[in-house]
Design a protein around this ligand. Structure first.
Ligand code: DX5
Ligand code: ZN
Length: 212
């Protein structure tokens, strides 16, 4: 299982130290939640702050866009050379076009599904995607309760991916902890995002290892 701590739960006053601690603690990616105050009722960080994160990070960035104008934000973040940029299917009318744009920068494209959105929505995009991110909370805030129906959704999505002989990764984001990680693994999940579970633990390293 690969672990992507969400820096939404980090102490932004000492962000450089926080980034160093999760990288040294064995995380696989750094999950960056970008919110525009329109698609979700919260506002976070833009490319100025994320470029400072990128400077101290020794692990690749996983950028999760929760915005209305996806194309604008992809253009803003592409120069930071993240590993993944994911955008919500619920806010994009032309997902296939946007996937090609993300790929044109040499960045891996991913699509995010809100808790109510069925995996069939992206069935015909699967072969163009490197990863599908399933939300297990309503996007906007860290520290929310895990919505268990994501487990069945992950299993269904895994079946769709395997049937097509693809290697598309499945990531789950929201309320992940040591209680639900086994169910996620058994359902075929490859990557989990963990905000509060990592940053509320006195040792980020222990939290990451316990999930692994
Ligand atoms: C929610 C964000 C998540 C969140 C995860 O909109 O996408 O990445 O910060 O935090 P926890 O693990 O605390 O639910
Ligand atoms: Zn996220």
């Amino acid at each position: 299982m690969k672990i992507a701590p969400s820096i939404l739960s980090a102490d932004f006053g000492i962000l450089d130290i926080e980034i160093k601690k999760i990288c040294d603690g064995g995380c696989d990616y750094i999950h960056v939640d970008v919110m525009d105050g329109h698609f979700v009722p919260n506002l976070t960080i833009g490319p100025v702050v994320v470029s400072s994160v990128a400077k101290v990070a020794t692990k690749p960035l996983d950028i999760h866009l929760m915005v209305e104008n996806n194309t604008f934000f992809v253009e803003l973040f592409a120069p930071l050379e993240p590993e993944f940029i994911s955008f919500h299917i619920e806010s994009e009318s032309h997902p296939h076009r946007l996937i090609q744009k993300i790929k044109s920068y040499g960045i891996k494209p991913a699509i995010v599904l809100n808790p109510h959105t069925p995996p069939e929505m992206i069935e015909y995009l699967l072969e163009d995607l490197e990863m599908v991110l399933l939300m297990s909370v309503n996007p906007g805030f860290g520290g929310q309760k895990f919505i268990p129906s994501v487990i069945e959704k992950a299993r269904k999505l895994k079946g769709m991916i395997s049937k097509r002989g693809l290697k598309t990764l499945i990531e789950v984001d929201g309320g992940v902890n040591d209680k639900n990680i086994d169910d996620l693994k058994n359902a075929g999940v490859d990557v989990v995002v963990a905000g509060n579970y990592v940053f509320n633990n006195p040792s980020y390293k222990d939290a990451i290892s316990s999930l692994k």
